[in-house]
Write a protein that binds this ligand. Structure first.
Ligand code: HEC
Ligand code: HEC
Ligand code: HEC
Ligand code: HEC
Length: 156
């Protein structure tokens, strides 16, 4: 073989060798194709145990029902029934042991997160009833006027 063919050939061989070495060093030992073929089986086996050990953080509102029945009923009978208590009060997995009280956030930013009017015609976010936070009753907390547990505007 002539030199100008031979040299690039060596380069290719070296690159492939480097890739194989890197693969050997970086792919975890338990990575492979398990029972269920390429679609679901192509993964790192120990990842299954990691997800099993992953601690769930949220309770959902069924958990709050017996201890805070008034808030539960208000929420479920109003427009906010589609959202979770923990959307506003934070993670409740070990409450009331730890923490004994959940956060009460009266700030405008809590509500603006969902209610700032956004012009996204093709997204559900754009369908939420929205206000312009720079114009809508500025310098006052939203909960001065709106009930966070039952914000329904009917009869206003
Ligand atoms: C086993 C009963 C129990 C459950 C279940 C429970 N809580 Fe509580 N929660 C308490 C107690 C007790 C307090 C302390 C009340 C106090 O000191 O006024 C508290 C306090 C709170 C507070 C603070 C009230 C304040 O006045 O500072 C919030 C907010 C709250 N809980 C929300 C929730 C939410 C949301 C859930 C469901 C995800 C929930 N709790 C589930 C018993 C419970
Ligand atoms: C949209 C946000 C939001 C949602 C959803 C929400 N809360 Fe609240 N919650 C608040 C705010 C804000 C306050 C403080 C209201 C105030 O001081 O006027 C509050 C106050 C409370 C308090 C303490 C005040 C009191 O009167 O005892 C409890 C307990 C509570 N919420 C429980 C719940 C539970 C249980 C749910 C679900 C069923 C829930 N909240 C859903 C925002 C929310
Ligand atoms: C001074 C009382 C007051 C305060 C504070 C206030 N609002 Fe309102 N809000 C109203 C009134 C009254 C209406 C109905 C008339 C109108 O649209 O202005 C309304 C309307 C709305 C609507 C429209 C509901 C619909 O069906 O289209 C949303 C959403 C809303 N407010 C969210 C908020 C949020 C979020 C905050 C805080 C950033 C806030 N409001 C602060 C009194 C208030
Ligand atoms: C996680 C998102 C989320 C948060 C946070 C949130 N809301 Fe809502 N809000 C909603 C949804 C969803 C609806 C129902 C929309 C519907 O029925 O079309 C709603 C409805 C409303 C309405 C309209 C009621 C009506 O009759 O038209 C008002 C007013 C409102 N929320 C006020 C508030 C206030 C005040 C806060 C803060 C304390 C708040 N929201 C926090 C999602 C949220």
């Amino acid at each position: 073989m002539k030199n100008h063919v031979y040299r690039p050939f060596i380069v290719v061989v070296v690159v492939i060798a480097l890739i194989l070495v890197a693969r050997y060093l970086y792919v975890p030992k338990d990575f492979g194709i398990y029972e269920r073929g390429f679609m679901y089986g192509y993964h790192r086996k120990s990842n299954e145990a990691e997800w099993e050990a992953f601690k769930v953080k949220f309770r959902t509102k069924e958990y709050c029902k017996d201890c805070h029945p008034d808030k539960y009923e208000a929420n479920m009978s109003g427009k906010h029934h589609v959202i979770q208590c923990e959307n506003c009060h934070g993670v409740a997995i070990d409450h009331p042991e730890n923490p004994p009280k959940l956060t009460i956030d009266r700030s405008r930013s809590l509500c603006i997160r969902c209610h700032a009017k956004l012009p996204y015609p093709t997204s559900k976010r754009g369908d939420l009833p929205g206000i312009n936070p720079e114009e809508h009753n500025t310098d006052m907390e939203c909960v001065t006027c709106h009930n966070p547990h039952k914000p329904d505007m009917e009869g206003w």
